[in-house]
Structures are given as structure tokens and as C-alpha cells.
Design a protein around this ligand. Structure first.
Ligand code: FES
Ligand code: FE2
Length: 384
């Protein structure tokens, strides 16, 4: 983000606060319940979004150094992420090419060769078939080149390893192109120079979009978060900007409207606001004063989502016990507030069966939710 943009975003919020107005879309909008409750919709999302667009599989520091690896499920696929001897990140399906056993069982480690636990076929960390026990007798004329590990498109950018979770896809994703301008903000934030200081993963019984919607408006802050973070934020004031399919939201703290008494050269957006980046399909960054909360949503079913939440801190921050205790305390505070949203999300999800609402309503100050849903709808139905 350049300085002119930073000032413009603050000016907009200060001006709205002065007029006692929220940031308003032209109209209210409706969000059909099908988006959150239909199994068919979820299957289409898997076919048209989750397996089509770049998605973050890991933070770069999770596989640090040549030959390190991790295994995990990404968008429903068993994935092996490995650095080769040169440290270049590779992504493979974690599935043996003989008879389909799970190739690597460990969650993480350091290996040059991956050997299947079933019949010991093995592959290099670049995915080439290396050895097949009793090959000459059992598999004469084996077309070895066709039995390499199934590769997934992969790229490393802004401190993350991005993949396209689809073994039939090819090429290297252009992440900056996909970010549609947000890459400039990520450079400004120094996102690539962060590490994970604390993290946890929890399963929530709600649709992934319900959970992501929770961060896109501050209409609920003084109600749902009245005993936690609510009092620290300006009431129902939040702006958003569009970057291709993605969004940036500015969530002003109560201190931001007072900036009109301060000369502009002393304005700093991170001091008086949180920034929320929504990276389609399933990632959000909540930028706070000296760290960034990273949320990765893994849709498991229409009504079930795994949420990974992590505190990202600058690598330059002192790595002391005192600082670590502070990051962990912050992680706990964020989790407490987030659980207030997630409990609501689960209650909303359980209410769908009642058919009480054919659709949800988004008010004019909830416009970011409409925008996010329209992007998803366009991806799901625009390609069919
Ligand atoms: S299934 Fe992996 S070696 Fe046979
Ligand atoms: Fe919330």
C-alpha cells in the first residue's frame, strides 16, 4: 500500500465518522440459503473453485530448508509438500502410484526419497520413480516416466506455498496476477518475512462462507463481541475495497475518528485500524498493530469447516520467552472473539433445517458480504 492510499483510506473513515454515517452500498441484497445449506452447491464449489484456483497449502516456514516435507489435506486432497535438494517447493498427491497406499505417513520430516509402506516403491523428492522391488520379474517394461508422483501446480509467494488442488491441472500459478493488486499490500506488510508464533486448528459445524462472512461487517461488533473486542472498534464502521475477486476491509478502532485532530503526516493506518484481507476462496488475514492473524478455512462439507488460525509475527521481532508469551496471549484473545462468531455460525447453520428463511438479508453496510458471495456465485455458475 502506498502512502497516498493509506491516507485516502483513513480520510474516508474519518469523514464517515464525522457525518455519523456507515460505509454504504447502494442497496440491500439477498443471499439465498442454498449457498450455505445445499450439498449440490458444495459439490459445485469443489468442482469450480476449490480445485481450480490457487489456494494456500502451507506457510513457507512449515517446510524450512532443502529436503524438508509436510503432509496434509488441502481442499480434500492428500498432499505431500516437499522441498527438493535446491530448496524449491514441490507439491504431489500423497498417493502411491503402484496401488494407491498413502505414500508418506509422517506429518513432517526431512527426506530425499519417499518409500511406500506397502511394497516399498520409492520416489525422489522431485517426484521421479526411483526404485521398484523385483521390478524385472514383476513389472517388465514398466513405463517408469508414467509412474512419477502426480504433481500439483505449485508456487511460493509472500511467505506461503500456494497450490492448485487438482492433479489434472498443469503449469505454475502466477500468484501476483491472481492477487489482482493485493500483492502490493502484501509486500508493504512484509508478509514474506513472517513466521508462525502460535496456531491451532478447530472444526466448526458451519458452512465456510458463513464463517468468512463474520469478518466482513462490523455491524455485529458491539452486540456479539460486547464483552470482548467490541468496545475497541468504531460502531458499525468499516470500509472495503475490491481487488479482482478479493477484498480489503478497513476496521477502524475507536481512536481513528479522532485523527482529524492530528496532522496527516502522523497518520498510520495500522495503529488506528485493523485491516482484513479476504483472499478468495478461503483465506483471511487480519492485520493488527505488530502481527497478523492468518485464517485458513478448509471446507470439509456443506456444514463443516476446519479453521486454522495462526499468529504470524515478523521474523525481525525478538524471539524471547516474553514475546512468545505475548503472542500466545494474543492468539487466545483472538480465538475467544472468533469463537463468539463461530458459535453464531453453528447456530445459523442449524437453523437452515427449519426453513425459517428463504434467504438472508445484507444491509447497505454489509455490502462486502454481498460482494464476496457474488464472486463465489460467479465462479460456481459462471463456468457451468
Ligand atoms: S501400494 Fe505403494 S508400493 Fe504398493
Ligand atoms: Fe465477529
Amino acid at each position: 500500500m502506498d502512502r497516498a492510499t493509506e491516507l485516502e483510506l483513513i480520510r474516508e473513515i474519518v469523514g464517515l465518522a464525522e457525518q455519523k454515517s456507515a460505509f454504504l452500498d447502494a442497496d440491500i441484497s439477498h443471499s439465498p440459503i442454498r449457498r450455505y445449506a445445499s450439498v449440490e452447491q458444495f459439490d459445485r464449489e469443489r468442482a469450480t473453485i476449490f480445485t481450480r484456483v490457487p489456494t494456500v497449502a502451507a506457510q513457507s516456514s512449515e517446510i524450512e530448508g532443502p529436503r524438508s516435507f509436510i503432509t496434509k489435506n488441502v481442499m480434500g486432497l492428500p498432499v505431500l509438500l516437499a522441498r527438493d535438494d535446491e530448496g524449491v517447493a514441490r507439491a504431489f498427491l500423497n498417493v502411491c502410484r503402484h496401488r494407491g497406499a498413502k505414500l508418506e505417513r509422517a506429518a513432517s520430516g526431512c527426506k530425499r526419497v519417499f518409500t511406500c509402506p506397502y511394497h516399498a516403491w520409492s520416489w525422489t523428492n522431485t517426484g521421479e520413480l526411483r526404485s521398484v522391488p523385483h521390478e524385472a520379474q514383476g513389472f517388465p517394461h514398466l513405463p517408469r516416466a508414467e509412474r512419477g508422483l502426480r504433481r500439483l501446480p505449485v508456487a511460493e509467494a509472500h511467505g506461503f506455498i500456494w497450490i492448485v488442488a487438482n492433479a489434472d491441472a498443469s503449469g505454475k500459478p502466477d500468484i501476483d496476477d491472481w492477487l489482482s493488486g493485493l500483492h502490493r499490500d502484501f509486500r508493504w506488510l512484509g508478509l514474506a518475512d513472517h513466521r508462525i508464533a502460535a496456531e491451532e486448528t478447530i472444526e466448526i459445524g458451519a458452512n465456510w462462507k458463513i464463517l468468512m462472512e463474520g469478518g466482513l461487517e462490523s455491524y455485529h461488533f458491539r452486540v456479539a463481541h460486547r464483552d470482548t473486542i467490541g468496545p475497541y472498534f468504531a460502531d458499525n464502521l468499516l470500509s472495503y475495497q475490491v481487488f479482482g475477486p478479493h477484498l480489503r476491509s478497513v476496521l477502524p478502532r475507536v481512536s481513528m475518528p479522532d485523527l482529524r485532530q492530528t496532522p496527516e503526516e502522523r497518520w498510520e493506518i495500522r495503529r488506528d485500524a485493523n485491516l482484513l484481507y479476504t483472499v478468495v476462496p478461503t483465506m483471511q488475514f487480519l492485520v493488527q498493530q505488530d502481527h497478523i492473524m492468518w485464517f485458513l478455512f478448509e471446507p470439509l462439507a456443506t456444514d463443516l469447516t476446519s479453521v486454522r488460525m495462526a499468529t504470524l509475527v515478523p521474523r525481525s521481532a525478538p524471539d524471547t520467552d516474553e514475546m512468545q508469551a505475548r503472542w500466545e496471549k494474543n492468539q487466545a484473545i483472538t480465538k475467544t472473539a472468533l469463537m463468539e462468531d463461530f458459535v453464531l455460525g453453528e447456530e445459523i447453520q442449524s437453523g437452515f433445517a427449519s426453513r425459517g428463511n428463504p434467504s438472508h438479508l445484507f444491509g447497505r453496510f454489509e455490502g462486502a458480504l454481498n460482494r464476496f458471495n457474488l464472486v463465489v456465485e460467479d465462479m460456481v455458475y459462471g463456468q457451468s
